[in-house]
Design a protein. Sequence first.
Lengths: 439, 439
Amino acid sequence: MLSQVESIDIVVKNGWVLTMDPQDTLIERGAVAVSADRIVDVDTEDALTASYQAAQTIDARGGIIMPGLVNAHTHAAMTCFRGLADDLPLMTWLNDYIFPAEAKLTPDIVYQGTRLACSEMILSGTTTFCDMYLFEEAVARAAKEVGIRAVVGEVIYDFPSPNYGPVEEGLKYTEDLIQKWRDDSLITIAVEPHSPYVCSPELLQKARAIAERNGVPMVIHLAETEREVAEIRKKYGRTPVTHLADIGFLSSSLIADHCVVLSEEDMTLMTDYDVKVAHNPESNMKLASGIAPIPELLKRGVTVGIGTDGCASNNNLDMFQEMDSAAKLHKVHALDPTVMDARTVVRMATIDGARVLGLDDTTGSLEAGKKADIITIDITRPHLIPMYNVYSHLVYAVTGSDVVTAFVNGRVLMEQRAFTALDVDEVIASVNRIAHDIA
Amino acid sequence: MLSQVESIDIVVKNGWVLTMDPQDTLIERGAVAVSADRIVDVDTEDALTASYQAAQTIDARGGIIMPGLVNAHTHAAMTCFRGLADDLPLMTWLNDYIFPAEAKLTPDIVYQGTRLACSEMILSGTTTFCDMYLFEEAVARAAKEVGIRAVVGEVIYDFPSPNYGPVEEGLKYTEDLIQKWRDDSLITIAVEPHSPYVCSPELLQKARAIAERNGVPMVIHLAETEREVAEIRKKYGRTPVTHLADIGFLSSSLIADHCVVLSEEDMTLMTDYDVKVAHNPESNMKLASGIAPIPELLKRGVTVGIGTDGCASNNNLDMFQEMDSAAKLHKVHALDPTVMDARTVVRMATIDGARVLGLDDTTGSLEAGKKADIITIDITRPHLIPMYNVYSHLVYAVTGSDVVTAFVNGRVLMEQRAFTALDVDEVIASVNRIAHDIA
């Protein structure tokens, strides 16, 4: 009997395939078959090579083959301000450095800064990010050109924006973005009011109406600091979360960034409404915002992803380091080393992050039918010897620089740490020119 | 008038020279002149090239030229157990995994594990480490062969050791080590009783007598957990630090690892006795030990270095990541972003770390007369673009993999991330064989 051999575009083989499927299937000597933009099959290397004939082979050399990481909260273009001002009181940092620098933003600065962020993200294994900033049309364009997956949305608030001017124009700008990028293979537009402390209830309700009408997600900063909670209590007599519940803003397509300062009632509301959370441990640590009650949220069944936040408060976009910080921070905070085990943290940075963004049918795991967003990791380096447990390795030992290959949508963006199409030297030169002007 | 041009062995040039001298001198386009094992001069590149003729030039390509980092607390050979067991309760981790694995230790396992640790440390910019473990003769031998600087000492406790047997033999083993390695150019032997909870007052006093008689430092784990403090209180009616003060054990040549759980009185005693501290933020986080009051110790003038602890509780030896965690952890703990600023943290990982080990006349800064322990960092990678502040970059953005050159004692151990002499593939193969047996 003859077996049928199917022609495919790419096989990624010779590695530990970490699927992040619902069963957390791990295949010791596995392979992934890719055709066009999709994963066709995931199996042992023996089974796959018997079934498929691939035009191109990517050899993981005994390393790890896994889904590309999902960075659930970024301000990508803030790479331009990386290290501009650190170790300062929050208000000094914002008022004396970040806001003045942002007042001079242009679409070109945002475009170049985002291209640099995309380069850094691909080099460190991130294949999807969720962005909030100004001039987001430039972010969408940069991400699309580089070939990375992104949820992007223009930041909206009550006061005029350096981009669109008055707030009504911001809503219009957002709707234009939604129209322009509808059904794009990489870019999803979101409606992104900044936070309850700079957005009136009316603005938040208008934002929600646009999101509902267009079937797109919303992103908001929520309960990031004690200061914010105090301010909202003073203004509305309740916590930021209860305030949003009262005005009908909470929903399962709301992505809430930070969620550091939550009451029991807040957590109950977030669970009931199935609000999604983007946890940013390193930014919360560096800005001294506090420690988000992530273990409690997870216990209640809230879906939590991990984000780096902007480079100015991190100061990098390396999701592997972010995973490490997430695991360790909650252990020491709870004085319990079993909290936030490595497998949970890897899920947060992959499939759960995709779920947070509403992209879990698209990315976040290696399963037949999903888009081929794949990375491979070299585990032959001294700091990765020996390996007893793949999850533990990814969280506590691997860093972004150990990623060697990155695919998005079936396209190889990086191979052996070299970009296949992006002229990264030109990107670097552009941002260095921008930084020279800022300094 | 003719200027005299002096012949030297090596010039490291074309970089930001971060001296970490008492004035924190930073030279924008600087260079370092090296002859034999010593730094001859540190100045602008123009001044140095006018004064010296170098046999070899190392071009830092616009990057950072700085002192090699000092890892103030390691159990180097525990690389063999990297990721063997994580996310477990402390006693399960120790009793079910680490102690059984350590019971089977041999000098060869320690030797191979230490060689791997040295490889990892050199690749990530560490040029000096302070080790405590079993079979430390093998550690000294491995470090010496690799060419890295180390303070090493055999762990001593009341019960028999898999290495030397009864405790009296441990003291003898230590004295033999001291004799054998006296005046070595790289290795310093220390007297290393494990901790107050497994060392009787008599043992601690004998250890101190050996250290004093030989003029060598002492290393001890101290006040790592609440559990330890409770145990010592029960046994001796006082805190670990006051207990050590009572038995005459505290001194300026005592290196105390962890110091997580300290009372006001403990901190006063440590300040008065000028006890040195090795802070291990990532290990303390991962094992959920707690957060050491480092900002308070620094305020009192205590000298604090940074260490990674063993790989099994970290799970890497990257001091750049450790610096990042140190800065961020204390900010969020104090809810103050100005705490543990980047410059303070870089000092802790360089000159203050050297001071902790009693090696500040030897290493930890780039100053004429010191040994040439130097690293260079590539800052042309996307995650390091742009650079506004060198200290901030080192703490919040650089990782170990950005180190490209490492010197110890004037000898180039790594250039462009390749070892000049060490056969790292052979080291990796050896540890993989050991790990196979352990698993």
